[in-house]
Design a protein around this ligand. Sequence first.
Ligand SMILES: *Cc1c(COP(=O)(O)O)cnc(C)c1O
Length: 398
Amino acid sequence: MMEKPVVEGGKPVRQQYLVFGSPEIKQAEIDEVVDSLKSGWLGTGPKVARFEKSFRDYIGCKHATAVNSCTAGMHLSLLVAGIKPGDEVITTPMTFSSTGNVILHCQAKPVFADCEKDTMNIDPKEIERKITPKTKAILPVHLTGRPCNMDEITRIAEEKNLVVIEDAAHAIEASYKGKKIGNISPLTAFSFYVTKNVVCGEGGMVTTNNAEWADSIEKYALHGLSRGAWKRYSDEGFKHYEVVFPGYKYNMMDLQASIGLHQLKRVEENLKKRERIWKKYDKAFEGLPLETPLPAEENTRHARHLYTVLLKLEELKKGRNFIQQALHEEKVGTGIHFISLHLHKIYREMFGFKEQDFPNAKFVSGRTISLPLSPKLTEQDVEDVIQAVTKVVGYYKK
Ligand SMILES: *Cc1c(COP(=O)(O)O)cnc(C)c1O
């Protein structure tokens, strides 16, 4: 007899709720934050500088500028790359809202190129179809941590003289054909949001090999004050500054960098943990009516940010939202990455999109579920996720 899900009157797999994307915070982070608090230097200071250096060393790029989110990083990247009102920026609709929003913040037009159905990443052929004389940039997203087809994207950008800005919110550990993500395109933005592979609470980083852009990003992120103005109240004496640009308030605090410094030290160790969980899931879900993630492409490194399955709705009696709710009742939290941007109200209203305009993004939007993959998960947590998915998805198999 098949075990009943909670929604059918059965018993939950777990007693304690498993929160999706809960970060692993260790004593080193706690001590470093306390050290910052005691030092009295809470804002942008020496620890941000240290975190930037560690990040540069990890990526192998020339410049890394810390900001308070990946969203801020992408916004400033577009600005320093010269994106002006009326310009077009090609991106994927299968992404988090901020990837599209930052283009709107520049009063530019987000032009969506549909994703591939299997990798869920932007399809280079669709990018080519969407290029017009107004196109200025391409903003690919390495969804779930799987690198996009950067050979094709770079070729298109070179041919058409476009800037590439990568949304690498999911891809800190990723590399593509031997090259680390963050060291391929002119600008790359990373996220240290609470659910990401390296967390600061909130935070972001822009990497580039262009010194002038790195310098502008630092200024723009702190009101547009002239360089080094963050030191204006240090023991070196008051530093006079000039406002050189009507800037933003996007700077990272030392409190955030305190967390990130130690998180980054464990990033490779955590990747191994994620890989182990990934393999267990792959094996356990064979034969269920769902697609497990594609293997990583040859000669690339997947950052294993999200373990995302696509439900085979044709073989199921219930839809995705129902299945997600049923897992929730089993006390297993999951995520949806993402509902395609063209299906959101603001984009429908601004651009008049219809559901079928991006068939692959629509397909993924209706079937995707991301399962817990934090390095904090215990063996038992992983077993519980497997049991909950097997029970719920198995129960509703046609
Ligand atoms: C999380 C996320 C962002 C935004 O990162 P923040 O640091 O929260 O601004 C951007 N793009 C994608 C794909 C994300 O998942």
